[in-house]
Design a protein around this ligand. Structure first.
Ligand SMILES: Nc1nc2c(ncn2[C@@H]2O[C@H](COP(=O)(O)OP(=O)(O)OP(=O)(O)O)[C@@H](O)[C@H]2O)c(=O)[nH]1
Ligand SMILES: [Mg+2]
Length: 473
């Protein structure tokens, strides 16, 4: 295997005391949600390398290490065994060689081995606990290695001691930054790479390249996410199910079956769009139960909760009015037809949005006014029953609201977060009136088969632009 140090590829060992967020920083900077992170101290027991890959190409590598705990004893040994300042890196190496087999210094040896072999140092402390002189031994040891280093203050609970830490760390590290691995915005991650490039001239160029590749990759992610979302809306607007009913047999049971098939298929379609967006942003473990989503898929068809995702009745009247007579009945008639569900949902809003989301399971009223029924004769006898395409003006807005909120949550999440993905804010708050009207027209044209490919392209351009906007906030 080619190791990063052999090819001059930037690689960083993330070191510090136990439970300071080292693994969280590795997960965020390597975009890897499989990194082991736990509330219990000592969750990382040995060194592990996490390459940051884009398109199969490694840009840099993060090395997760166990927490250092016996720095004072180690420093005492180093001082006793090295009188010459120029020989300090060699003394650290000698310490590792002599103590490699000793259980007592196992964690220190694990953490320092990649550094003496050429890794850069990212030293992590917790900004919510006070700075103390007892940290100085490990900082001093890191300085003895002679490797380029920067210190990150991770505000785990709060930022109370960040200033104190900044002053303390400044005596040992050239560069000190505050960096919240669970919230760090994507720009801040790139800034760290640039900073490291300044510390080591050899890595300047590959890290600049990494920043460029990551920026382009980010744009591509939003671009493709926009395409996936527009595709979902298109399918949601045009989807139809049908079934032949032989002569003499009752239609009612078939209608029930078709209606439930229609719902199931669209729920599945929505789920697959979400899975593709998660994959685009390199989430591999998100759909597993532990990290599941606080998001009821069945909700797609609970009109009582549509106010969360789609438009309010008033907004819908405005938007749908602009689109002309919706579904032949006029916007007002169609909107009124569904207002019962919509207003029913508004009553729960008083209990808080997350409360309303949590209670969705108790509200099971569904409506089949989503789409239209068609019955056509079959030459052999009997009828063909079809359900679809959707005619409800709010339905595509609901799909859009849910998909955009999911995209935002995924693209702003870091790979260190292990908590449930929450999707419980009103989803289309950010959409301006002009765009609502424009969308209503696009939806109406697609639904009725007018200028479909042109309208689909227009829709894709809009969703792509909205996805990109997430980073402009
Ligand atoms: N809220 C918040 N929690 C954090 C942050 N960084 C780490 N944590 C939490 O702190 C705990 C320890 O995080 P890890 O990343 O496993 O810490 P570590 O330094 O790798 O720990 P060891 O491997 O045990 O030495 C976990 O419960 C994390 O969820 C942060 O920036 N914000
Ligand atoms: Mg760890």
């Amino acid at each position: 295997m080619t190791r990063s140090r052999d090819v001059g590829l930037p690689h960083f060992a993330v070191v510090g005391r136990p439970n300071k967020g080292k693994s969280s920083i590795v997960a965020t900077l390597a975009r890897d949600d499989t990194v082991r992170i736990a509330a219990r101290a000592g969750s990382t027991r040995s060194t592990r390398r996490f390459p940051m890959r884009v398109d199969g190409q490694v840009l840099y590598e993060l090395i997760d290490t166990p927490g250092i705990q016996r720095a004072r004893q180690m420093l005492a040994w180093l001082r006793a065994n090295c009188a010459d300042a120029a020989a300090r890196p060699a003394a650290v190496r000698q310490f590792l060689e002599e103590h490699a087999e000793q259980e007592q210094f196992a964690d220190e040896c694990h953490a320092l081995a990649p550094i003496v072999e050429g890794a850069g140092i990212i030293y992590v402390v917790d900004g919510s606990v006070p700075f103390g002189g007892d940290y100085e031994a490990e900082m001093e040891i890191l300085r003895w290695t002679g490797r380029p280093s920067l210190a990150l203050i991770n505000p785990i609970e709060n930022s109370d001691y960040v200033e104190q830490w900044t002053a303390g760390l400044g005596q040992y590290f050239q560069t000190v930054r505050s960096f919240d691995a669970h919230r760090a915005e994507y720009r801040k991650q790139l800034e760290l790479l640039t900073l490291f490039g300044h510390l080591d001239p050899e890595w300047r160029q590959p890290l600049q390249r990494a920043v460029d590749v990551l920026e382009a990759d980010r744009q591509r992610q939003h671009h493709e996410a926009g395409e996936i979302i527009a595709g979902l809306l298109y399918d949601g607007l045009t989807f139809t199910v049908e079934q032949a009913v032989p002569e003499g047999l009752p239609e009612e049971p078939v209608r029930k079956v078709l209606f439930s098939r229609y719902q199931r298929q669209l729920i599945k379609r929505e789920r697959s769009a979400r899975a593709r967006v998660e994959e685009l942003f390199y989430y591999r473990d998100l759909s597993k139960s532990e990290q599941g989503m606080d998001f009821d898929e069945e909700d797609l068809f609970h009109q009582e909760n549509w106010y969360l995702w789609g438009l309010s009745r008033k907004q819908l009247l405005l938007a749908a009015g602009a689109a002309g007579g919706v579904a032949g009945g006029g916007a007002g008639a169609v909107v009124d037809g569904m207002a019962g569900g919509l207003l029913g949902g508004l009553a729960t809003l008083a209990g808080g949005i997350s409360g309303a989301v949590a209670s969705t399971r108790s509200v099971l009223r569904r409506s089949d006014d989503l789409a239209k029924w068609t019955v056509s004769g079959v030459p052999a006898g009997g009828n063909r029953l079809a359900y679809g395409p959707s005619r409800n003006p709010n339905f595509p807005f609901v799909l859009l609201g849910r998909a955009m909120q999911h995209h935002r949550a995924i693209s702003q999440r870091t790979h260190a977060v292990r908590a449930t993905l929450e999707l419980n804010e009103p989803a289309l708050d950010w959409l301006g009136d002009k765009d609502k009207r424009r969308l209503a027209r696009i939806f109406e044209d697609i639904r009725s088969g007018k200028r479909v490919s042109e309208r689909r392209a227009e829709l894709t351009a809009l969703t792509q632009a909205w996805c990109q906007e997430v980073d402009a906030e």
